[in-house]
Design a protein around this ligand. Sequence first.
Ligand SMILES: Cc1cc2nc3c(=O)[nH]c(=O)nc-3n(C[C@H](O)[C@H](O)[C@H](O)COP(=O)(O)OP(=O)(O)OC[C@H]3O[C@@H](n4cnc5c(N)ncnc54)[C@H](O)[C@@H]3O)c2cc1C
Length: 475
Amino acid sequence: MARFAPAMRGELERLIGAEHVLGAPADSPYNADSARRRGLVGRADAVALPGSADEVAAVVRWCYANDVAIVPRGGGTGVLGGAVPSDGGVVLSLERLRGIRELEPTLWRIYPEAGVSTRDVQRLARENGLFFGPDPGAAEQSQIGGNVATNAGGPHAFKHGVTGAWVTGLEVVLAPGELVQIGGWGRKDVAGYDLKSLLIGSEGTLGVITAVRLRLLPAPEAELTLVVFLPDRASGCAAMLDVLAAGIEPAALDFLDAQTLALVRGAYPGDVPEGAGFVLLIELDGSRGEVERERAELVEALGGAPLAIEQPRDAAALWRWRDGFNGVVSGARGAKVSEDVAFPLERLREGLERFERIAVSHGLSSCGWGHGGDGNVHATVLVDPSDVAELDAADAVGAELFELVAELGGSIAAEHGVGLLKGGLLAAQWDARTVQLHEQIKRAFDPKGLLNPGKKLARTAARDATRQLPTRPAS
Ligand SMILES: Cc1cc2nc3c(=O)[nH]c(=O)nc-3n(C[C@H](O)[C@H](O)[C@H](O)COP(=O)(O)OP(=O)(O)OC[C@H]3O[C@@H](n4cnc5c(N)ncnc54)[C@H](O)[C@@H]3O)c2cc1C
């Protein structure tokens, strides 16, 4: 496809202006997303930066008429290569769609265009006395359109739900290039099939999101963060179940295991008690009274299990420490291979134990942390990126982990999506008939298969989906 690139660029320039169409040389940032750290880099024929929803529709229409692949791109923070042009085509970046179409504080709602950053949505909500729950870790760079396309989560998804729970309507360009509205501001709508939910989490394979109607909530009056240190995995996982059984719903219920703690404890903004082998990071929110009542109930529910329960003086510093885990853990041996999976909460302990055993059987050190209340683990092995045998072992650990997840009734993709790198894994988790429906839905929305080809594939093996692209951790 690359040999048509100059003609392609000329056509796109006619549609959206020459200054908004870029080439994609090998070092273009539009050839990669955060899967670059796993060595994944693609190659686009051109990059289109439309400035309005109508221009997005014009680009999609042209691509569809000319059999050119379209790779929608938000902030490029996805970790599985979802925004990587794996087989040429046009990277369609939403970065210029940054308008706020509507902000109605008294009606608790906001209507940002797809390219508005997650942080700006959170900030605008807060400035108006409101609250937007989803808090994926790369909020400065990620865009609300990308968050919807991946149905992103984060620590606060435990109480407040993943991004999709906040979406009441979408403006989206569907093949072959039509701008449509799906849903609206209504709080109830059971009229048709739930197309909005099909688009949410579709990773650019069913349509291009241009604007998102979001419901907001009044900002909680109070927030209180607690750090609970426990001796080991068994007591830590039991403590999470005890919290639930006591009817307490923290805003966030994150965890880190002993191996993660060993790596990140140096930067912990406080003292780690002797013997700590599992940590819960808990945030309560609500009215002042509710938060105080929940704190008392929580302490009672945890009983004598914790070694210590601390209330950090600076909660923001604690969450910054939490946000830094990726970098610190990667630094331990030069790189890490981290898989985002979920187990049913009552199987979390077994999932963590068996994952560790799998890693050991392949001679690798592992660690795990994540959004424990959701059973969501970032299951990680530490690798030396220059050691091919270790990288092969990490692949083998991943394959066995996904089998384990399917066996325990979990998910191979909790919040990061499937992208390129998890292509084919869904078939291990779903029945054959539902996998077939997954593929039929794709064909109904995208009969030519031009919307983000090779992504979110249910059956094709990741190795085929990534073709010759390298997929090794970068040091
Ligand atoms: C440090 C770090 C921490 C992270 N923490 C979390 C976390 O806590 N929780 C979590 O869920 N994720 C997390 N992520 C992953 C990532 O930030 C999310 O998946 C995020 O939602 C991606 O948004 P983006 O705008 O960067 O999308 P991109 O990476 O650009 O794209 C992601 C996918 O969505 C598609 N897409 C993007 N925009 C559109 C659009 N407008 N219309 C249609 N399709 C589109 C792309 O084609 C691609 O398939 C983290 C990533 C990093 C690097």
